[in-house]
Design a protein around this ligand. Structure first.
Ligand SMILES: Cc1ncc(COP(=O)(O)O)c(C=O)c1O
Length: 397
């Protein structure tokens, strides 16, 4: 059997493009200035940042001056939610999100809940899709912000963001809509001005860029109170010397990702479909936790339960065979509590404790998928070791 490592944990992070690594390395050696310095060494890196800002703005068809660089998706989410809450608290104290958001959103809501804001959580259906009727009931005159992710990081469900925007703006035109698009950026096209989305969070390391850099799109009409006090970089929204090399790397990653994007998305969809079919055909007792209908799911995430085997055992067995997958968001998977997302969509304990998230990237090939299924056949089966997994006490985990 082919023994090479196969990386299927791209929702946690992606391998940077070679072009990104090379560009960042060259920049470190040659363009090391501070973009706020007025001399040549400073202004040459400032113009590289402008190039990156323009590439990222173009990818969402927005104006470059509406892009603010941050240290990643977590900071962009915090800045959007807390920045808006602080700027508009005189106008309303009601905030809405869903219960399947990333911890950076859920914990921002939790923080604001302790500071006098009223928080509500819109229900999702069994596919992890927001229930629009429930949302319509929740949005009131007092609702200042709605924050909903575009693609869920554990199961890949895609939210009907245009419908969400229509409901929010119809019920209360002054409610601000924030979208955590960290998993969607470079996988699902979205256009904030056309879709009436006011704020969007994105992150470089999910699109083969460097870690520690992201961005917040904030429509020029929206006020966002800064969270960090300092020298007023990023037009007073995000102080601190810019992560210059990271920003330039982010720009390059976006340029490569968005080149021929439609074709890449089609290929990734086919790859995911092939993976799902092969798993269901070849591995016994597999249940798909991602949305059943492919059009409701992002092309890069496939969450399944191997009903005979606890998650930690299957991850270990996969790793022994050179396959790297995970359970849920990288920041949560070391904690022992069960996935809030799988719980919210109503899965049984048995399914939750046997779930694995495979996440693909534009680097993965059909051969990777075929090999992964062969190695899974070796683990289950299909294989001599199968008995080992047949009597697992699901509730123990
Ligand atoms: C949906 C979602 N939002 C936010 C984040 C946080 O992004 P970052 O790792 O850049 O802080 C992640 C990371 O996994 C994510 O999946």
């Amino acid at each position: 059997m082919d023994e090479r490592p196969i990386y299927l944990d791209n929702s946690a992070t992606t391998r940077p493009y070679d072009e990104v690594a090379e560009l960042m390395y060259n920049m470190m050696k040659t363009k090391y200035g501070n973009p706020s310095s007025t001399h040549f060494i400073g202004s040459e890196i400032a113009s590289e940042i402008s190039v990156a800002r323009k590439i990222i703005a173009d990818s969402m068809r927005v104006a470059p001056e509406d892009i603010y660089f941050t240290s990643g998706g977590t900071e962009a989410n915090n800045l959007a939610i807390k920045g808006v809450a602080n700027a508009y608290q005189a106008k309303g104290k009601h905030l809405i999100t869903s219960a399947i958001e990333h911890p950076s959103v859920l914990n921002s809501f939790k923080d604001l809940g302790t500071k006098g804001f009223k928080t509500d959580f819109v229900n999702v259906d069994e596919n992890g899709v927001v229930l629009l009727d429930h949302l319509a009931k929740l949005v009131s005159d007092d609702t200042m912000l709605v924050s909903i992710m575009l693609v869920n990081n554990e199961i890949g469900s895609i939210q009907p963001i245009k419908d969400i925007a229509n409901i929010v703006k119809k019920n209360n035109p002054s409610t601000i809509l924030h979208v955590d698009a960290v998993q969607a950026y470079g996988k699902i096209p979205f256009f904030p001005y056309e879709d009436t989305i006011d704020l969007v969070s994105i992150s470089a390391h999910k699109i083969h860029g460097p870690k520690g850099v992201g961005a917040l799109f904030s429509n020029g009409r929206i006020k966002v109170a800064p969270m960090i006090s300092g020298g007023g970089q990023e037009r007073n929204i995000r102080s601190g010397t810019e992560n210059t090399f990271g920003i330039v790397g982010f720009g390059k990653a976006a340029e490569i990702t968005f080149n021929n994007l439609d074709e890449k998305i089609i290929q990734l969809k086919q790859l995911r479909k092939m993976f799902k079919t092969k798993l269901l055909e070849n591995i016994p007792n597999v249940m798909v936790n991602s949305p059943d209908r492919d059009e409701l799911c992002s092309s890069h995430i496939l969450n399944v339960s191997f009903m005979n085997c606890q998650t930690r055992d299957i991850i270990k067995e996969l790793e022994k065979r050179g396959i790297f997958a995970s359970t849920r968001s990288a920041c949560s998977c070391r904690k022992s509590e069960k996935s809030h997302v799988l719980k919210e969509i109503g899965l049984s304990n048995e399914r939750i404790h046997t779930a694995v998230r495979f996440s693909l990237s534009y680097f993965n090939t059909e051969e990777d998928i075929a090999c992964t299924v062969e190695r899974l056949k070796d683990i289950f089966g299909v294989s001599r070791n199968a008995r080992h997994y047949n009597n697992v006490d699901y509730k123990a985990g």
